[in-house]
Design a protein around this ligand. Structure first.
Ligand code: AMP
Length: 191
């Protein structure tokens, strides 16, 4: 059982073509906010990332943004956050988000979301942190990626227990429950 005070949320800087994505982002932000769990995210007010932050704040929760200086304008830094940290570059952003969070979740998004998700999850595999990582599946969005990961296990590039360490959920309630009940795997090179 672990205590989850803050969750890093990775998701698109675009809203996606279906309203279902924005609805899911709203539900996650609202639930985390209402549960007293802070949201750590990229600090923009655009796309689904802005939706999650807005929903958390509206529910009375915390939203902490971490944004590189070069993206303050491009991602339109959110003006109403609990805290906005402007950092020098993307590497510091990801490290800072990782330090601030007790758990990580990726909602639907593009390549930036994938990059952040894979960094968090591969750092777990290497033992650089011992925090849960989840995919939040909306309308089957992550199923092609999950098939790819299963193929990696079959092909011998991914250990089955690391594949199993990845949480896959599709409701805000199961997200928090799964985070709290999760047990970390033994790091890859510590066996
Ligand atoms: P996207 O999913 O492509 O819309 O990007 C979502 C978030 O990921 C945005 O906050 C981007 O700034 C961030 N992002 C984009 N590319 C990268 C990258 N190479 N490394 C880390 N974050 C990124």
């Amino acid at each position: 059982m672990s205590t989850i005070g803050r969750v890093a949320v990775y998701t698109g800087s675009s809203p996606g073509t279906s309203p279902i994505y924005r609805e899911a982002a709203t539900q996650v932000g609202r639930f985390l906010g209402a549960s007293g769990v802070g949201v750590v995210y990229g600090g923009g007010h655009v796309g689904l990332m802005g939706t999650v932050a807005d929903a958390a704040l509206t529910a009375g929760g915390e939203a902490i943004g971490v944004i590189p200086q070069a993206l303050v304008n491009a991602e339109l830094a959110h003006p109403g956050l609990t805290a906005l940290e402007v950092v020098p570059d993307m590497h510091v952003r990801k490290m800072r988000m990782s330090d601030l969070a007790d758990a990580f979740v990726a909602l639907p998004g593009g390549p930036g979301t994938l990059e952040e998700f894979f960094e968090a999850w591969t750092w777990l595999q290497l033992g650089f942190h011992r925090k849960p990582v989840a995919l939040y599946d909306v309308d089957g969005f992550w199923q092609p990626l999950l098939r790819m990961l299963d193929g990696m296990v079959e092909a011998g590039f991914l250990q089955a227990d690391f594949r199993a360490s990845l949480l896959v959920v599709d409701t805000p309630e199961t997200l928090l429950t799964a985070f709290r009940e999760w047990e970390p795997p033994t790091p890859k090179f510590a066996r």
